[in-house]
Write a protein that binds this ligand. Structure first.
Ligand code: AMP
Ligand code: ZN
Length: 453
């Protein structure tokens, strides 16, 4: 039994898929106008753990991740500058080049974090025809109206609009009076299609209603879900920032157009801060995986840091904590190295690791930190590490090749030199091993090799 916190019911619910054994998941992906920062990547690591938990529980996962490669406006209020267009101007490239470049960079990051490949990665620009069909359908059903700058969804016509995020529409109305787009009927109404204004420099545009335009930014998720997965899906994931606007609007337009529920479970991850501050350009604290690599950390050290916390918790990132996560991962890899060197585990007096306990923690609303503590406090056989790799995706076994046979002669030569009190030779061998990223641990059972990093 898997329990997940569901934004829809606002409670911890027992997970039941619509189709037996087959789980349909959709993850709102990045807007590909710059490199993903560690805040963005944190969210995909949490959802990777969700997928792995479901798969190890016997479910087949059918998962779609989208890449927002079509420009949308910088603010939730359908106003401001288009992120992709802005990125293109800054770098002197076309919007298409920007989307291709940063889309590829994102997928590289995704793979270097050893995240389970989604069944499909859908690019928003491949679904413009479906977007237009959706707008037409909403218009036919009387949910839209036209203003001078686009086609808007009339949220007052969708009676449960405020429920998902528990929105206080009266307060929103009062708060927005000053900068309220006067052509909008309600403050919460949102664009499903935007017109390119005469003279506006908007490279990504499609013809609709006899004039150039582009889809509103919530549209792609609705059309991709409907087209690729079919309605309803089991689980929809995203960040908490998506609750009041993006997901609220996705639900409204999808359910209004197709008369079907969008998703049964909604999971949202909380935000990470860095040294107590929000991640933002102005604070200069946007770190990418490459920035971490420059400071001597691997993507999987970062993944370990993410798994030490919970997707619903507020988290603070610091390089000291990342260093601790790196040490923990190295310790585990060296336990694997020890397991290679001692086939007999009968001397293991501690509690033995249990797959059942680990999966129980994972199934309890994705409690990864509890699993890490279990690993720290139990002894594991090689097959247990294999299970841990499948559950956490930390690539422990692969990144810890068994060098026992290859190192045997050197270790023996060093032992003999020590016995003969030829310390110069023994030290020389030790120094060579250090250069090869290996150190020798003298244990009661004799010398054992370990990785240095
Ligand atoms: P974006 O490309 O800005 O749409 O972000 C991609 C994903 O990362 C979204 O699901 C966001 O909710 C999530 N996200 C953005 N910033 C953070 C952060 N500081 N901590 C955790 N998740 C974040
Ligand atoms: Zn979305």
């Amino acid at each position: 039994m898997i329990k997940l916190y569901n934004q829809l019911t606002k409670s911890l619910d027992e997970f039941q898929p619509i189709e037996k054994d087959n789980v349909k998941i959709y993850t709102c992906g990045p807007t590909v106008y710059s490199y993903a920062h560690i805040g963005n990547l944190t969210s995909y690591i949490y959802w990777d753990f969700l997928v792995r938990t479901l798969e190890l529980s016997g479910f087949k996962v059918n998962r779609v991740l989208n890449l927002t490669d079509v420009g949308h406006l910088a603010s939730d209020a359908d106003e401001g500058e288009d992120k992709l267009e802005k990125g293109a101007k800054k770098e002197g490239k076309t919007v298409w080049e920007i989307a291709d470049f940063y889309g590829a960079a994102f997928l590289r990051d995704f793979r270097s974090l050893n995240l389970v490949e989604p069944t499909k990665i859908a690019r928003a620009t491949d679904y413009i025809d479906e977007d237009i069909k959706l707008v037409n359908l909403l218009t036919e059903k009387g949910y839209t109206y036209e203003t001078s700058d686009g086609i808007y969804f009339d949220t007052s016509k969708f009676k449960t609009y405020a429920d998902f995020a528990k929105l206080d529409l009266d307060q929103m109305r009062a708060g927005a009076r000053v900068k309220f787009n006067s052509e909008k009927k309600n403050v919460s109404d949102f664009a499903v299609w935007k017109f390119v204004k005469p003279g506006e420099d908007h490279a990504m545009q499609w013809e609709y209603l006899g004039r150039p335009g582009y889809p509103g930014w919530h549209l792609e998720c609705s059309t991709i879900i409907k087209t690729v997965l079919g309605l309803p899906i089991d689980i929809h994931t995203g960040g908490i920032d998506h609750i009041p606007v993006h997901h609220t609007n996705e639900i409204a337009q999808t359910e209004a157009a197709f008369d079907a529920k969008l998703a049964n479970y909604w999971l949202h991850c909380n935000f990470i801060t860095i040294d107590g501050e929000k991640i933002s350009k102005s604070l200069g604290n946007i770190f990418t995986l490459d920035d971490l690599k420059e400071r001597g950390f691997t993507p999987l050290d970062f993944k370990m840091w993410v798994l030490q916390g919970h997707y619903r918790g507020e988290r603070n990132f610091s390089f000291d904590d990342l260093a601790a996560a790196k040490t923990r991962r190295l310790n585990w890899r060296n336990r694997i190295a020890l397991a290679y060197q001692s086939k007999d585990f009968s001397d293991c007096s501690e509690k033995k690791f249990s797959e059942i306990e680990a999966l129980k923690s994972a199934s309890n609303n994705l409690n990864s930190s509890e699993i890490l503590a279990q690993i720290d406090n139990t002894c594991l056989k090689l097959e247990d590490w294999d299970y841990i790799d499948r559950l956490l995706g930390l690539d422990l076994l692969n990144s810890t090749p068994d060098r026992t046979a290859e190192l045997a002669d050197k270790i023996e030569a060093r032992e003999e030199a020590r016995k003969a009190k030829d310390f110069a030779t023994a030290d020389k061998i030790r120094d060579e091993l250090v250069k090869d990223n290996i150190t020798i641990l003298d244990t009661a059972d004799g010398p054992r090799w370990q990785y240095l990093s």
